[in-house]
Design a protein around this ligand. Structure first.
Ligand code: AMP
Length: 583
């Protein structure tokens, strides 16, 4: 069985093909969305998902989130003395999804299809494959998130022939894909996007404005008072979501330790204000849309449907902007948080030759131009740093193209090949993917020829091969290992290093999450109300330690949950009431 996984910046989701449909897999808490957050609790045990999310509010320094944004880079984070790469953190999320699927399906899972933003580059894709390996998964295919969404829709509604735009605004990335659908075929015509544009930017901007109103600068406060910033971010995330369904929301600014008091400042934010504060972020969606349509050779009026994918498309300002650009109402008939995982499961079904999807055909494109660096002779002068495109952006994949380069000098026996991705004429403005040397070129006059073959496979992973034309000698590799990449040995080492990490048994997830949530709420509670919750938590912890039977534990769980829900709903109503007053 092959698992379909949407490894998201904010949340991750797993699904599998069962019968004629993809089915979402619930985690240990019975939820389909697992927050992409990892933490190390005070006992040094690893937390993944919702428990880590709750823990992060009080202990941001012990948690990592949004690390997908750093995939394929040298970024690392330190959790209680241990360094983690984005690949390792992602592997912990993948491992948790794998275990949930195994528990739900009652069968071991070793294979997966993982989705990535269409605009993820080669380094980020390879890093994702390695994260899968570290989690004990063979990554059968990497597919683009908007393509996965289109596949999920294609399974349901591809009878009529139409041009569909998939507008995917997730937590950290923005993708737009132009897709042609007809009779069971899903053909991506063009993809475009931005790597650093997503819901997190809206939350951060809101938090920065809230802090500003208290005379604080976001970046400085993040260094000096992380607990305060973490609480404000958490509240702004909630407020942002509330503003998707109501006209105003309130954020309470805690003290420097992250504690809320009676006298804490309450800041009221209206939807209009939020829209104004974030319009510079929203303005960035237009260019990728233009580029995607242009590359597909289409006009806005050719588009029959716009599909919304990703949690951030719930913001009314986003829906308005999309409506304005396309002059038609976008839709999200399938849940925008789940549709990518559903599509990944269908793709997994295609690979496994699942009967119900046998007649489906999916094609995708390479969303950026790939090429090599060359030098040019201008008069007597040799100028370096020009980009020679070999595979143009939005070419259908898999694709393999050859281009010929030649030596610049007499008796030059070696050429250094630098492979780049990007759209600029000069390589300094593009992304270096890797480099290697072609040696053994026969001595002779300048102009000895070398053929370079660039192959971009179905996973969106690039390989390069050089052939010296004169001798037909091939240089086997591919792209040299990039600094942050891991080879097989290093992956094995990383897996071993992570085996020392202590994790809680999966069965304890519900209890652990409840206690972490209770700890967070305890800090937020007015002093008079703390005692009751403290009593319940003490009793529950004691019952867990004494291994009391399930009835006793259930009673505690229920009581704590009722208490927490009452508090959180009460707070929400409070906020909504004050919003009503205002309007
Ligand atoms: P995804 O990566 O698709 O899970 O998208 C997650 C992003 O969507 C996060 O930045 C969330 O804050 C955002 N999001 C989820 N629900 C809403 C909502 N109701 N209103 C605004 N943003 C939302």
């Amino acid at each position: 069985m092959i698992l379909g996984i949407d490894l998201g910046t904010t949340n991750s989701v797993a699904a599998v093909m069962r019968g004629s449909h993809p089915e979402l897999i619930p985690n240990a808490l019975g939820e389909t969305l697992t927050p992409s957050v990892v933490g190390m609790d005070l006992q040094g045990d690893l937390l993944v998902g919702r428990s880590a999310c709750e823990f992060q509010v009080l202990h941001p320094e012990r948690c990592a989130s949004a690390f997908k944004r750093y995939m394929g880079t040298d970024w690392t984070t330190n959790l209680v003395g241990q360094r983690f790469t984005p690949e390792q953190l992602s592997s912990l999320i993948l491992k948790s999804l794998k275990e949930d699927a195994e528990a739900y399906l009652r069968t071991p899972i070793h294979r997966a299809v993982i989705t990535v933003p269409a605009y993820f580059n080669d380094l980020q894709r390879k890093a994702t494959i390695r994260a899968g390996k570290m989690a004990g998964l063979t990554v059968e295919r990497i597919i683009n998130e908007p393509t996965a969404a289109a596949i999920a829709y294609g399974l349901h509604e591809s009878q009529s022939e139409k041009i569909v735009v998939v507008f995917d605004l997730g937590g950290g990335t923005f993708d737009v894909s132009v897709v042609e659908m007809f009779e069971g075929a899903v053909e991506v015509r063009a993809s475009s996007g931005e790597l650093w544009l997503g819901g997190e930017d809206f939350t951060k901007t809101l938090a920065a404005r809230v802090l500003e109103s208290q005379g604080l600068m976001f970046e400085r406060a993040e260094l000096e008072t992380p607990a305060l910033v973490s609480r404000v971010l958490q509240q702004c995330e909630k407020a942002k979501k509330l503003l998707s369904r109501q006209d105003a929301a309130t954020v309470i600014v805690p003290d420097r330790q992250g504690e809320v008091h009676e006298g804490s400042a309450r800041i009221e934010i209206t939807r209009e204000q939020f829209r104004k504060w974030t319009e510079h972020i929203l303005a960035r969606i237009e260019l990728p849309i233009r580029r995607g349509l242009g590359d597909a050779g289409l006009k806005r009026s050719d588009v029959h449907e716009v599909i919304l994918v990703g949690g951030a498309t719930r913001m009314p300002a986003v829906i308005d902007a999309v409506t304005q650009i396309f002059r038609l109402s976008p839709h999200s008939r399938l849940n925008p948080d789940e549709v990518v995982a559903l599509g990944a499961a269908v793709q997994a079904g295609l690979i496994a030759q699942h009967q119900s999807v046998n007649d489906m055909v999916v094609t995708d494109v390479c969303p950026f131009t790939l090429g090599v660096e060359v030098s040019r002779r201008v008069g007597m002068e040799v100028r370096n740093g020009y980009f020679l495109p070999v595979i143009n952006r939005n070419t259908t994949i898999p694709v393999s193209r050859v281009d010929r380069v030649s030596t610049m000098y007499a008796n030059q026996t070696e050429i250094k090949i630098k492979v780049y991705q990007g759209e600029s004429r000069r390589t300094k403005d593009n992304l270096l993917l890797g480099e290697f040397a072609v040696k053994g070129i026969p001595r002779g006059p300048a102009g000895q020829e070398v053929d370079l073959r660039l192959t971009y496979d179905l996973n969106g992973v690039l390989e390069v091969e050089a052939t010296v034309v004169n001798t037909q000698k091939k240089t086997g590799l591919v792209i040299a290992k990039h600094a942050q990449g891991l080879n097989e040995d290093e992956i094995a080492q990383a897996i071993q290093a992570m085996q020392h990490l202590k994790t809680h048994p999966r069965e304890e997830t519900v209890n652990r999450f409840l206690l972490k949530r209770a700890e967070r709420v305890y800090r937020e509670l007015p002093l008079m109300e703390r005692e009751r919750l403290a009593d319940l938590m003490d009793g529950f912890e004691a019952a867990l330690e004494m291994r009391e039977d399930e009835d006793v534990l259930n009673r505690f769980r229920l009581e704590i949950e009722v208490f927490l829900n009452q508090y959180e709903e009460g707070f929400q109503n409070d906020v909504e009431d004050s919003a009503d007053d205002e309007w």
